[in-house]
Design a protein around this ligand. Structure first.
Ligand SMILES: NC(=O)c1ccc[n+]([C@@H]2O[C@H](COP(=O)([O-])OP(=O)(O)OC[C@H]3O[C@@H](n4cnc5c(N)ncnc54)[C@H](OP(=O)(O)O)[C@@H]3O)[C@@H](O)[C@H]2O)c1
Length: 334
């Protein structure tokens, strides 16, 4: 089988689609023919050595895939050959609160990932995919969509909530679609007016260009009658957090997810003066994934795919992700 491997060192020039022995399912495992996989910003950080400097080489990358079950190992009860499935980001987080062990069991980092034609995976780490989705659409769900769902639901998003989203990458566009499904009002920022128009077509109430309007926190407060938004889905990191805390209402919620603008120092004073709840989010459990899938099926939500690359062109897909020109998700088809 073919697999996307990084070796012998970090750097996009060290990504290669190589031949690997076919895996076979052990006890409790399922053998999956991967039909599609999706990229996340994390994959870029991993490949560049900015996520886990101790990554073991060679490592098969990838946290998100969808495919069909082609064989099952002994003791498997949840799946059978022919089932359409996607993997969970953390195989060891099934339900309840996150644990240290679960957080250290992620695909494509702590263990080989799913950017491969065949993967043998514990059955507990798989979910059935909604019937209306293609494999390419379902492959976008495990990281970005579950993260957006966890962030929104932990913040108590419901009808009447105003949510502020940053940029139009994978997490933010899922947050837009899911916030809309929950009845919330979504405000969004982007570096591109054209992308803002696309976000409006997906249900965003209003948008602002953060390149031409650096005071987007003031804009967000104006959109809420000067009060501030209820929830910020914070994917920017050090470059945006100060603005996010200004944009959120007193007693509001900031879901801390990403580091798109890098890492750095932050003054905590405004957080306590406004009694803001700052909640770190690390993807989500299988139970959250299954709960989200029920809503995706009920509302017939279709993930937004920007571009599909053939798996053999995986390094080009990474470079396209690096360019930041996408809207929504980038997919590879096996
Ligand atoms: N904690 C977790 O569990 C978790 C899970 C998933 C992702 N993440 C993190 O969340 C972040 C987003 O991930 P992703 O996969 O959605 O990334 P992505 O698809 O690569 O998102 C890229 C987009 O983000 C926007 N962006 C870039 N810099 C920005 C800035 N300074 N301010 C506002 N928007 C900016 C741009 O949108 P425009 O072109 O519209 O400006 C860009 O196209 C990453 O840092 C990722 O590592 C964390």
């Amino acid at each position: 089988m073919k697999a996307l491997v990084i070796q012998p060192a970090f750097g996009l020039e060290n990504l290669a689609v190589v031949d690997r022995p076919d895996p076979s399912p052990g006890p409790g495992q399922v053998l999956v023919r991967v039909r599609a996989a999706s990229l996340n910003f994390r994959d870029l950080l991993l490949a560049k050595g900015l996520y886990n400097p101790k990554l073991q080489f060679p490592r098969i990358l990838g946290s998100d895939a969808a495919g069909e079950v082609i064989a099952v190992g002994s003791g498997v009860t949840r799946f059978k050959a022919g089932d359409r499935i996607a993997n969970c980001f953390m195989p060891d987080w099934e339900d309840g609160p996150i644990s240290d062990a679960a957080a250290k069991s992620t695909f494509g980092n702590d263990r080989d990932g799913v950017f491969a034609e065949l993967v043998a995976v514990e059955e507990r780490a798989l979910v059935a995919i909604p019937a209306h989705l293609t494999f390419e659409e379902a492959a976008t769900l495990p990281c970005a969509a579950v993260t957006a769902w966890n962030a929104l639901t932990t913040a108590g998003t419901s009808a009447g909530t105003t949510v502020l989203l940053q940029g139009t990458g994978g997490v933010s566009i899922f947050a837009l679609q899911l916030a809309h499904a929950l009845g919330a009002r979504a405000l969004i920022t982007s570096s591109s007016d054209e992308k803002l128009a696309r976000a409006a077509a997906l249900g965003a109430t209003a948008g602002v260009n953060y390149r031409t309007n650096a005071d987007w926190d003031k804009w967000a407060r104006q959109q809420t009658g000067g009060v501030g938004v209820d929830v910020v889905v914070e994917v920017g990191g050090a470059g945006t957090l100060e603005h996010s805390v200004k944009a959120v209402k007193t007693g509001g919620h900031v879901a801390l997810i990403g580091v798109l603008s890098g890492m750095g120092a932050f003054n905590p004073l405004p957080i306590l003066m406004k009694a803001v709840r700052l909640q770190g989010v690390f993807v989500g459990s299988r139970a959250m994934f299954e709960q989200m899938n029920r809503v995706i099926a009920e509302k017939q939500i279709r993930p937004v795919i920007d571009r599909v690359f053939p798996f053999t062109e995986a390094p080009a897909a990474f470079r396209y992700l690096e360019s930041g020109s996408h809207f929504g998700k980038i997919v590879m088809s096996m």
